[in-house]
Design a protein around this ligand. Structure first.
Ligand code: ZN
Length: 322
């Protein structure tokens, strides 16, 4: 007796496990080189590991990229071996044949997954290997553009072929095209942005007050400075910021009697030499729009601020430059 539905369910379940192992092997190599992996997204035709930063050394990147397909090939090989070994005397012939076919099919899909991912185009792993090879000779951003171009071209060719042969190819082609575009965009924007420092987008201090300032006065200072949050200083020493949203939560009638020190103060700051992505991380984490900027030598003295808008502006500029 066989259970086709149960078989195909187990097949898909195991396939997902093996795709996860493929992705995990990327992360293991990444971890080995101290690159943090933010999350892993599993797609039907493979997974995508989102890493926190792009490895600067091409030799690290290609090792990371190759690990996944290698894992898929090894899994395929192991399943193929297991399929050959099955000769349990006691088991009835149909069970042996079903199990063997099951294992061999699974082996085949894993080998296909590994091979597919070696195609030298984004967003496949092979695209990363290809970029790493190109990056030895070309600028990193140019290498990315070439790898993405090949990915887009491949996506179009596969989709067009799919119109005649198989609708699934159209879907895979579209997936490759979108993946290649996104990969190139995010890589180029983040590498361009990684070079922009806080000191490149710093704005002068505008909205500053002492802890004894009333909320009404603070709002006026913020309004005049067009600042979304206000810096708190005591004798020129930075205490932190109080946000606009905390202030406007207070009933307007009480704003002329309540003082800034009665509201929560967020102790945040960023250094002049930090990449603006650091400041951006603080903003998203703390849900604020303004981060005080300090010098490493004098961390209590604010020399300016970096705002959400100035980062957005730098981002737009990076996008247009690409
Ligand atoms: Zn992979």
């Amino acid at each position: 007796m066989s259970y086709p539905q149960l078989d195909s369910f187990a097949f898909i379940l195991l396939l997902f496990v093996f795709v996860a192992v493929h992705e995990l092997s990327h992360s293991l190599v990444a971890r080995h080189y101290n690159i943090r992996v933010r999350k892993i997204v599993l797609y039907p035709i493979g997974g995508v590991s989102e890493i926190e930063e792009i490895p600067e050394k091409p030799s690290v990147e290609w090792r990371m990229a190759v690990a996944g397909p290698l894992a898929s090939f090894l899994i395929g090989l192991a399943l193929f071996g297991a399929g050959q070994v099955i000769t349990v005397e006691a088991a009835p012939i149909p069970v042996i044949i079903t199990t063997r076919n099951f294992l061999l099919n699974l082996a085949q899909v894993n080998v296909l997954l590994g091979a597919f991912n070696l195609i030298p185009a984004f967003p496949m792993d092979g695209g990363r290997v290809f970029r790493a090879l190109l990056a030895e000779r070309l600028k990193f951003t140019d290498a990315t553009k070439y790898a993405a171009f090949i990915g887009k071209l491949l996506g179009v060719v596969i989709s067009v072929l799919g119109i005649w042969y198989n609708i699934w190819l159209v879907i895979i082609g579209v997936f490759i095209y979108i993946g290649a575009t996104e990969e190139a965009e995010s890589t180029i924007v983040s590498t361009t942005l990684a070079r922009v420092r806080v000191k490149d987008v710093i704005l002068p201090l505008a909205a500053v007050a002492s802890p004894q300032t009333t909320l009404a006065d603070a709002l006026e200072i913020m309004f005049k400075a067009r600042s979304h949050d206000i810096l708190i200083e005591i004798d020129g020493n930075l205490q932190g910021i109080v946000t606009w949203s905390e202030i406007v939560k207070i009933n307007p009638e009480r704003r002329s009697s309540l003082l800034l020190q009665q509201l929560p103060v967020k102790q945040v700051s960023t250094f002049l030499d930090d990449p603006i992505l650091e400041a951006y991380k603080i903003m998203t984490r703390e849900k604020i729009d303004v981060v005080p900027v300090v010098e490493k030598e004098a961390p209590a003295k604010a020399v300016g601020v970096v705002t959400n808008q100035s980062i957005a502006y730098a981002y737009e500029k990076a996008r247009r430059l690409r």
